[in-house]
Design a protein around this ligand. Structure first.
Ligand code: MTE
Ligand code: MO
Length: 318
């Protein structure tokens, strides 16, 4: 999936002015974009498709992360997915997730909190201002993307329910709905997908609950209607389609640490110095780029999060 426009230098600021991203939304709408067909268009642009509008839409308004890395295209983000509830084939997820029921949807927040509550997703959207956060996503499989999320800090929600002093960790659970998610029929995984964070990680301002991408409602394949994004950790921590958030006292079980504890630990901080038992983590393939790039400690977010791990041996707590 090489994007010929990726090499065009872009210089807009991290936060794109509303008019710019509205114009991109209009392009997407005007182009009548459907997830599947767009991928083909992006992979094999043919001369007839190269109208000025399609070029502008494909190049986008030039969103970049704070390091200047260009955001991946909407088509790339929507068509190369890890979502084992649907399929283990990254290119098949988008098609299988089409029509997944995302409304009505509630998120139960419970456990060691003074004010447990079940929220409708629409309540969450109206209670908390939606911010744009352009984050790198580094999969443990050594590929990466830059994704312009819309969402709100998990901390805003946690503060509202008032964790008690017993709350030390946060446990997250994805919906269990095997009728719609055929992958949940697989006996190899302990469904539903579960993940967890230490409370201070969960309260860090980088930790996001995402409900949108490129200003559009998040698509099913990306974890609609609401998913976690923890940009300094391997992608599997960023659990999709959340129905339950529980404040707990002990380090929670996670799907991946249950399946393969020697390969996927609880912390899963991006770390080029600690290889996966079956491959190196020193470099990564940015989707849309040809040569590999070096992987950054904490995926480039060390300034904001390294102090969370003071005194911890991160080669043991992988
Ligand atoms: N419920 C659930 N969440 C999940 C996964 C999954 O299989 N199921 N895959 C994870 C992995 S391995 C990655 S890399 C990211 C991918 O997110 P994306 O498809 O939106 O890029 O989602 C994570 N969240
Ligand atoms: Mo991943």
């Amino acid at each position: 999936m090489s994007n010929p426009f990726k090499s065009v230098p872009v210089r807009s600021s991290e936060i794109t002015p509303k008019e710019t991203y509205l114009s991109r939304r209009d392009f997407i709408k005007a182009a009548g974009v459907v997830a599947g067909s767009m991928a083909l268009a992006a992979c094999a642009p043919n001369a007839a498709d190269m109208t000025p509008e399609s070029l502008a839409a494909d190049a986008g308004p030039g969103k970049t992360d704070e390091r200047g890395d260009p955001a991946n295209s909407f088509e790339e983000i929507a068509n190369y997915n890890n979502y084992y509830e649907f399929s283990t084939n990254k290119e098949a997820v988008a098609g299988l997730a089409k029509g997944f029921t995302t409304a009505p949807w509630t998120v139960e927040v419970s456990g060691f909190v003074s004010k447990p509550k079940t929220f409708g997703v629409e309540d969450l959207l109206s209670m908390f201002p939606q911010e744009e956060r352009i984050y790198r996503l580094r999969c443990v499989e050594a590929w990466s993307m830059v994704i312009p999320w819309n969402g709100f800090p998990l901390a805003s929600l946690l503060k509202m329910v008032e964790p008690t002093s017993d709350a030390k960790y946060v446990r997250f659970e994805t919906i269990y709905r095997p009728e719609e998610m055929k992958g949940q029929g697989s006996p190899f995984y302990p469904w539903p997908y579960q993940e967890g964070l230490r409370l201070d990680e969960a309260m860090n301002d980088l930790t996001l609950l995402a409900t949108g991408i490129y200003g559009e409602d998040i698509l099913a394949q990306n974890g609609a209607p609401i998913r976690l994004v923890v940009p300094w950790k391997y992608g599997f921590k960023s659990i999709k389609s959340i129905v339950k958030i529980e404040l707990v006292a002990e380090e929670p079980q996670t799907l991946w640490s249950t399946v393969a504890p020697s390969e996927y630990g609880f912390y899963a901080n991006v770390n080029p110095g600690v290889d996966h038992p079956r491959w190196s983590q020193a470099t990564e393939r940015r989707i849309g780029e040809i040569s590999r790039r070096g992987t950054l400690p904490f995926n480039g977010y060390g300034e904001q999060v390294a102090s969370l791990y003071d005194g911890m041996d991160l080669s043991l707590n992988y």
